[in-house]
Design a protein around this ligand. Structure first.
Ligand code: TTP
Length: 394
């Protein structure tokens, strides 16, 4: 089935990580997030893909080119991010007058569940949660979806909208929806129309993750690193100890005295060690460097990031070309046992994680002996002074 992938958003909740790239291009287990989405679509039965790009769209075009695993890709541009229904409307020049699937380019879907969505007829992907009140919740009558309600006080079901749909071809004429309360043109209004005239199935995903905020990028990496195949394509010292699934890309080097406990991805030309400890679900980007007496746990280090000496980084997302000075230490646990909180678009939000470290925008440089408190977000290019104790976002 023809498949529209929405990837035009600005990813404002993911800042500063989206200052220089669109959210779908953030790295997950060594590949862009959207590549996992597109892979799932191809496995589920996408016959061709229309990717709607906007914010920094050139990076998606460059990454995929005109096909992925033999499936042709067309691009359409959404110049103003007016909402998901508008994004699909922009895709219509590349769509045939046939049923079509819509997927969010920033969500992970498990391919087996997604195949059930592609099985036929109008459908919406759903996901079962214990507390649906803060999501779009499906209203069901028997096995059929009759509507969706945003953030209801009394949720009509435990199934939330997972942002993947099969629409009938008639929906190509329903995309001109009015603005919602939050001022966007929403695809859920198109779903409502489908529910009025068609039998819409709910297809419950076994696993699904919407990647909107920085700690969800860690969750995405935890999921996808758990599925990587191990393999040593680079140079691994005989004095290094690798256990679990560890993928070492071509050109990467694991030096003497290093311990790596998988699942861990080490990107092309990255160097680890000597005498470093890398563990948990960790992804080390291309050309990154983890040096002597550095411990990296359950973190994402993007391309070119460097932790040269005597550093601890835990449960953190570290942007491109960040440099941690010797002795930099990241806190990832609160002594009061509460979940770590992060400021997202001005609001303090619980990450739902007892352990979460920091978020570093591209090019951050910490001076020697910098301590950074759990939940701190450092904007692109921020620097610290020697011995600084960073307790607040900068
Ligand atoms: P969101 O996650 O709601 O929006 P966003 O990606 O811009 O992120 P943020 O809220 O942090 O600013 O979008 C859901 C999906 O739809 C996502 O894949 C991006 C895509 N999208 C578009 O393609 N065009 C749009 O106008 C909007 C609002 C979203």
């Amino acid at each position: 089935m023809q498949t529209v992938v929405l990837a035009a958003g600005k990813g404002t909740r993911m800042r500063p990580l989206t200052e220089s790239r669109p959210k779908p291009m953030l790295p997950v287990a060594g590949r862009p997030l959207v590549e996992h989405t597109v892979d799932a679509a191809v496995e589920a039965g996408a016959s061709r893909l229309v990717i709607v790009v906007g914010y920094r769209g050139e990076l998606l075009r460059k990454h995929f080119g005109d096909s992925h695993r033999g499936v042709p890709i067309a691009y359409e541009e959404q110049s103003t991010q007016r909402g998901t229904a508008d994004a699909v409307a922009q895709a219509t020049p590349s769509l045939d007058n046939d049923p079509f699937v819509v997927l969010n380019g920033d969500s992970l879907y498990d391919p087996t569940s997604l195949s059930r969505l592609y099985d036929g007829g109008p459908a919406v992907a759903s996901y079962r949660v214990d507390d649906p009140a803060s999501y779009g919740v499906l209203i069901l009558d028997g096995g059929q979806v009759t509507g969706v309600i945003e953030k209801p006080e009394e949720p009509p079901s435990n199934l939330i909208n997972a942002g993947a749909y099969v629409f009938p071809e008639a929906a190509l004429g329903w995309l001109d929806v009015g603005e919602s309360e939050r001022g966007e043109l929403e695809l859920t209004d198109v779903l409502e129309q489908a529910c009025e005239s068609r039998a819409v199935r709910s297809v419950t995903m076994d696993r699904w993750l919407d990647v909107g905020r920085p700690w969800e990028l860690l969750e995405a990496n935890e999921w996808k690193l758990d599925e990587i195949d191990g393999g040593e394509h680079g140079e691994v010292s005989s004095d290094a100890t690798l256990s679990g699934r560890v993928f070492v890309a071509r050109g990467a080097e694991i030096r003497e005295g290093v311990t790596v406990e998988g699942p861990v991805y080490v990107g092309p030309d990255a160097t680890i060690g000597p005498n470093a400890y890398v563990r948990g679900a960790t992804a080390i980007g291309a050309g990154a460097h983890v040096g002597h007496a550095v411990e990296v746990k359950n973190s994402v280090l993007m391309a070119g990031a460097t932790a040269g000496h005597l550093t601890y980084v835990g449960d953190s997302v570290v942007g491109r070309d960040v440099n941690f000075g010797a002795g930099t230490t990241v806190a990832n646990l609160r002594h009061d046992g509460e979940d770590v909180r992060v400021t997202v678009k001005g609001d303090r939000v619980s990450t739902g994680r007892r352990k979460f470290g920091i978020v570093c925008g591209d090019g951050v440089k910490t001076a020697i002996d910098t301590s950074v408190n759990a939940g701190v977000v450092l904007s692109e290019g921020v620097t610290t002074t020697p011995g600084e104790n960073v307790l607040r976002d900068r």
